[in-house]
Design a protein around this ligand. Structure first.
Ligand code: C5P
Length: 279
């Protein structure tokens, strides 16, 4: 079985608090995008995992953890061979690992004729990471709690997106820690976004995108700030960090201008990808 694992972007990301277990509560509109990894799942007598990038072939890869949690749940000796063709940049804030984990859960459930209910799959997804439930849903949603409380949103169009990433790398826990040290009041891009979506105001939807982590990442990785500016200079209608970075997305009016912008960003030395929001 061949299965796609779509990356996500955070159209908004507001941090609303810190829980007793150290995880943060957030309100974020996350959208799956057409940039994807590809996985091949084949029934096998033992769990095998291969990847086109050997540094990802480790026991703690989320693909292996997802497969183990699935087989543990259905209580069988059978297993699977997983081949991952990694195309989503990482670590980037694009949920690449989460997308792979969600694809393994979804794919295995299909391969074994749906032994697990939707609810069970979502509860397994939650144990694997904060973004795995959204990746399992595969649709634009308001994500609350630590990211696992999902409300599906309709009306976000298949907007043309450019994803770009430079040399800087960021650690997610470090970005959260630094954000806490700033003691900022929660931003409310998400409320603005939801209001704009409710009245189908496309310009307001696009202009209300934002990411609270930019206050931190502009300092930890100034390159991400430069990249947002470059996106706007190249005609993006808006541009923000995705997740805890360091990838940046630009929203464009049409495919042609998005393609030109991606070419230009590549000439400037960034990695850049054209894709679109999955409605
Ligand atoms: O859940 P996930 O494995 O993606 O989280 C990675 C790290 O990001 C956590 O260990 C935590 O430091 C931080 N995190 C958080 N609050 C969230 C999601 C992630 O503090 N809601």
């Amino acid at each position: 079985m061949i299965i796609k694992a779509n990356a996500k972007i955070n159209l908004t990301l507001d941090i609303t608090g810190v829980r007793a277990d150290g995880f943060h509560t957030l309100r974020s509109v996350m959208a799956p995008i057409s940039l994807s990894d590809e996985l091949i799942l084949e029934k096998n007598d033992k769990l095998e995992f291969r990847c086109n990038l050997s540094q990802l072939e480790t026991e703690d890869n989320l693909c292996i953890r997802a497969a183990k949690s699935f087989f543990n749940e259905i209580n069988t000796d059978e297993s699977v061979s997983i081949t991952l063709n990694k195309k989503i940049p990482f670590p980037a804030g694009l949920g690449g690992g989460s997308a792979d984990a969600a694809a393994v859960l979804r794919g295995l459930n299909q391969l074994y004729n749906n032994p697990l209910s939707k609810e069970k799959l979502f509860s397994l997804a939650e144990t694997l990471g904060s973004d795995v439930p959204l990746c399992l849903l595969g649709k634009t949603a308001l994500c609350e709690g630590r990211g696992e409380v999902l409300t599906e949103l309709s009306g976000v169009e298949a907007l043309p997106i450019v994803i770009a990433i430079g040399e800087a790398r960021l650690s997610t826990p470090e970005v959260y820690k630094k954000y806490d040290s700033f003691g900022l009041a929660p931003a409310n891009d998400t409320d603005k976004f939801l209001k704009a979506l409710a009245i189908k105001d496309k310009d307001a939807i696009i202009s209300s995108c934002g990411n609270a982590f930019e206050t931190v990442t502009d300092i930890l990785a100034p390159e991400t700030k430069d990249l947002r500016k470059a996106m706007l200079d190249l005609g993006a209608l808006n541009s923000h960090l995705s997740g805890s970075g360091p990838s940046v997305y630009g929203i464009f009016a049409d495919k042609e201008s998005a393609e030109k912008a991606a070419q230009k960003l590549i000439q400037m030395g960034y990695s850049a990808y054209n894709c679109e929001i999955i409605e």
